[in-house]
Design a protein around this ligand. Sequence first.
Ligand code: TRP
Ligand code: SF4
Length: 326
Amino acid sequence: MSNRVLSGMQPSGHLHLGNLLGALDNWKALQDQYQCFFFVADWHALSTNYADTSRIKEYTQSLLIDWLATGIDPTRSTVFVQSSVPDHAILHLLLSMIVPVPWLERNPTYKEKQEEITEKDLTTYGFLGYPVLQAADILLYKPDFVPVGKDQLPHLELTRELARRFNNLYQPVFPEPKEHLTRFPKVTGTDGRKMSKSYHNTINLSDSEPEIRQKLKTMVTDPARVRRTDKGNPDVCPVYDFHKILSPRAVQEQVNQDCRAAAIGCIDCKKLVADVMVERLAPSWEVRTELTAKPDYLDNIIQEGRDKASTIAHETMQDVKEAMKI
Ligand code: TRP
Ligand code: SF4
């Protein structure tokens, strides 16, 4: 049996190019080598959206479509929704009995988020306990690797600490999962800052071709290049960042030279980027259209996913209950 990989994403908005080039491309590649479990963490979305839950279902659906449209293959990977497997909640409860609160309070991601998000009341138990639920998500499936970005490392460390604590208190049940670090290429948004939903500077996987072309037209470039005759510097131009990620080497080099010599204008340069971006995303638009027209197909996938995930989660819960003598 090949090694097992598990990861999840919160349904908190439409996916953008940064998500694709970071997490999703990595997930897609892992499917070739590992037995993969990918789930939508809809309960986690409640930790910051408990006061307005109106879009969680819609985003869950849209996230699943984005995954399938970009190459997550449900015949090879188990794709499911967290809330369809109640064992996540049960293990969360049991782990909450053994997790010391200071472990949670010192979590840097917790502190950062609480400072960053000021418009919501995040003094809740659920928000503090977020990583305990994540530990439950992970430990239920005893994965060898958890593909995550750097921001998730504290959660993974806590997961390992909780596994050790459980194993010491009761009986060895949980292997310690390792991170599979995703190298995120630097993906810049249309305003030159990091591409992020909260900055409203994203190019979404579900954007249409005209939307993409329009977003690129208004994208910032080398700020010192005001006139067409000014020489530019690709090193400080966010449009060039896209060339580095998406364009063939030869095009990158040509643009680099031509920009510095003012031999290419920004309008043409952006058109080149728009072309490769559209080429890259077009296949996923077709799948998206098909899937949107076939809601039953999607339902089937997540029911099958739920069944497969439940079976494994159940086995783990048997061991947990035996170890805890409950
Ligand atoms: N916290 C993760 C994020 O925000 C999502 C997540 C929830 C997750 N449970 C998980 C990731 C389990 C990996 C494994 O990206
Ligand atoms: Fe940026 Fe291209 Fe304009 Fe150069 S030509 S400044 S790389 S958009």
